[in-house]
Design a protein around this ligand. Structure first.
Ligand SMILES: Cc1ncc(COP(=O)(O)O)c(C=O)c1O
Length: 458
């Protein structure tokens, strides 16, 4: 708004705005950080200070900030129509084209695509579709959903129930009944002494099987997993983990739901995380990189048997009883198509692999010279840097000490936005990073880490 003093923003924000994932008392005491503009991998706050956003916002702004081409697409399509929906057989050219693009890229043969607005909605849609699928096949009792501890799947009630995080449950007395959690594959801390990766996968698959059998296979609908767990601190499974998990799921007719909301669109150095981790899902949830978050849009890609179940259920003429006002928004679809075009033009997969390798080798060098970096992990352009009190024993810092948050503060002071998930610092920069950007991210991070170490006498 022109003519309104920007100096009022912090006061207005504290007075009127309830923030996501923010401590209200801290916000009142310190005020918000006002972010004003962005350019490529950089953002600028209201004082003009520049930061590299090493997290692409929330793992989403894959094409960086202030992208003019995406802005033009939004302007042109808004001028032309601005909004229309996809209820009652309505569609647009952009939505149909995008459905084709996503279906053919997904690696699910003869797939159909459903559109929604957020990642949470896409994940919840997958659960509802799993319920329809089992009902049509004569198994309406198959309702339960299994996910993994420490996983993140969203904030709406069922999506939050699928999260394996106490922080997403405690205020709301979640999870709701029927949402269960098993161990996640933690190659840094979870493996027994002398256990091979294959034995570890077997053990995790056996734990899942035991849960399905105990609950009753006739009550379990689906298992949902991120190919690589983002919010858990960039946790990748052993190579054969999903193959072994899938064998258990197939044995008990439990669907595999792939939450690609972070890992989709080249984040892991393949078009989809499922390729990086050998996952063979029945459905995939897409968001974030789909539109680089320039427009709130998500999608579910489903195997033909899921689509056919919906058709079968409604064969007597009823409508599929699901839909969001902004499902298949034509402006969002146009933005997504432009993103796909840009990803192709920049040859995104090899670019991400090359930039990721460069960043990883910098991070390894930093870790080698540090007494508190216990683990560097990640693939493509998503990395976790785990801070520990003792590198040899992997003993963590006391949780109350907040090593991750403290180190993160030094990072921000050095002009790098990272993210602390516990004592793991995460980096997932926009996919448009250049070699010079990568070098600068590493330099800023290395400086911040040294300053944090000095501050604690390490
Ligand atoms: C893996 C994963 N799934 C689902 C979501 C939820 O997406 P949204 O916040 O758009 O609902 C997120 C958000 O960060 C995510 O990281």
């Amino acid at each position: 708004m022109t003519g309104v003093s920007r100096d009022r923003t912090p006061g207005l924000d504290v007075a009127f705005h309830l923030h996501s994932q923010t401590n209200p008392q801290q916000l009142k005491a310190q005020g918000p950080a006002v972010i004003e503009r962005g350019e490529g991998v950089r953002i600028f706050d209201s004082s003009g200070k520049e930061f590299i956003d090493g997290m692409s916002g929330l793992w989403c702004a894959s094409l960086g900030f202030g992208n003019k081409r995406l802005a033009e697409v939004i302007y042109e399509h808004s001028k032309r129509i601005g909004y229309y929906h996809t209820f009652f057989s309505r569609t647009s050219h952009e939505v149909s084209l995008l459905a084709e693009e996503l279906a053919t890229r997904s690696l699910i043969e003869n797939a159909h695509v459903y559109f929604a607005t957020s990642g949470s909605e896409a994940n919840e849609t997958m659960v509802k579709l799993a319920w329809v699928y089992h009902t049509v096949r004569g198994n309406p009792g198959k309702r339960k959903v299994i996910s993994r501890r420490k996983s993140f799947h969203g904030s709406t009630i069922a999506a939050a129930s699928m999260c394996g995080l106490q922080t997403m449950h405690r205020e709301f007395a979640l999870p709701i009944p029927g949402f269960l959690h098993v161990s996640f594959p933690d190659m840094y801390r979870g493996m027994d002494d002398g256990e091979t990766a294959e034995q570890y996968s077997d053990r995790l698959a056996a734990e899942l099987e035991l849960m399905i059998v105990r609950e009753g296979a006739d009550t379990v609908a689906a298992f949902i997993a991120e190919p690589i767990m983002a919010g858990a601190g960039v946790v990748a499974p052993p190579q054969d983990y999903f193959r072994k998990i899938k064998a258990v799921l197939d044995k008990y007719d439990v669907l595999l739901l792939d939450d690609e909301i972070v890992t989709g669109f080249a984040r892991t150095g393949n078009w989809f995380g499922r390729q990086t981790t050998n996952m063979q899902p029945h459905m995939m949830a897409l968001a974030k990189g789909l539109t680089s978050s320039y427009f709130p849009m998500s999608a579910v890609v489903m195997a033909p048997e899921i689509y056919e179940a919906v058709a079968e259920f409604n064969k007597s003429g009823s409508f599929f009883g699901h839909g969001f006002t902004n499902s298949g928004h034509p402006v969002g679809a146009a933005v997504a198509l432009e993103c796909l075009k840009i990803y192709e033009e920049m040859d995104v997969v090899p670019h991400v692999r090359a930039m990721g390798e460069r960043l990883k080798s910098h991070l390894r060098e930093i870790a080698a010279g540090s007494s508190i970096v216990g683990d560097i992990r990640g693939v493509g352009l998503m990395f976790g840097i785990e801070l520990v009190n003792d590198k040899d024993t992997k003993a963590p810092f006391a949780p109350a000490f907040g090593a991750g948050f403290k180190c993160d503060t030094f990072s921000v002071e050095n002009g790098l936005v990272a993210r602390a998930t516990g004592d793991c610092l995460v980096l997932a920069p926009p996919l448009v990073v250049t070699e010079a950007d990568v070098d600068e991210i590493a330099e800023r991070f290395g400086k911040a880490l040294k300053q944090f170490q000095a501050s604690i006498g390490r």
